[in-house]
Design a protein around this ligand. Sequence first.
Ligand SMILES: [Zn+2]
Length: 361
Amino acid sequence: MPKVITAREAEELFRKGEQPPAGSILTPSARDVFGGGSLKSSFKGTGAPAGGSSSAKSFVEPSTPDYEFKWAPGTDPKTPAEIERFFNSPAIQVLKERICDMGRRLWQKDYTDGNGGNITIRVGDNLALCTPTLICKGFMTPADMCLVDLDGKQLAGTRKRTSEAMTHFGIMKRQPAAKSCVHAHPPHATAFAIANVNIPSCLIPEAEVFLGKIGVAKYQTPGTPANADEVGEVGKIHQAVLMQNHGVICWGKDVEDAYWKMENIDSYCRTVWIAAGLGGGLHRFTGGQAKELIDLRQKLGMPDPRAGLKECELCDSADFRPGVVCSVPAKDAAPSEPADPQVEAIVAKITEQILKQLSAK
Ligand SMILES: [Zn+2]
């Protein structure tokens, strides 16, 4: 009897860069996996080609991304031949190109200078792709990428891996949802990390939903195990982490998701910085309104260490606005000011859009 290959088995073969055994029969969905060289369910909705130069297309036409790399647990390639085949497989080639795309975007946005920044994507139980050391992120090619285990041992690639990859793995080992990390030195967010000023919250609804509470990792020498531990502990519960006197690291389900958070945090810090200089003070939404956004973030499956906090604790940023502290109003106190209808409308609109997207899935 010829062997019947299911879609799941076909995806596994495709991921390893292998073909179905001679004489086997493929189900229609399995045939789709190999059809035309396009990646199907492993890369839902991307339309990303399996090889060749996809950089320009994916850069010019970003769509709602879902580039999460899914592997079957316990199937990491082991022998040198398996590792080499995996490292050169079409599925990994697509990820290498996406790392190059994200590197170009980091560099174009002025988030990296010189050889600064680094990018990783987890591709197995104990495997990750990463950028090499001493390279400008704006001009990388897929051939520059490295394959390492989560202890930093290099398994494939001709260039030496970045030493800062260990910081990324500090997060990935503690937080399984972190499938990709992006580290850079975006000037506005890094300025907060240097000035030792906490980034205030409760100012822009999108930031509460997509960044969540921004973590702060204490300064440690870059590339050291102490730094990996410090950032790992903070990154376990924060998707965006300010690294004191250094920069920012963000994580997501895939590399585009992690990169977006880098844009989100620097844009947020830039806007807050400009707003703070206008002289009119900062209008903040209330702890109750913040709670609605945090609940929404949790529904989207993203962690937020503020989930259990009281409403009065949510919008306290005394560091940024000295004198603003959390206090519970007495029961007979006058009712608080009604919420700003403009902010209310923005929150309602964002909530509605996100719920619409969720229900469309
Ligand atoms: Zn750095």
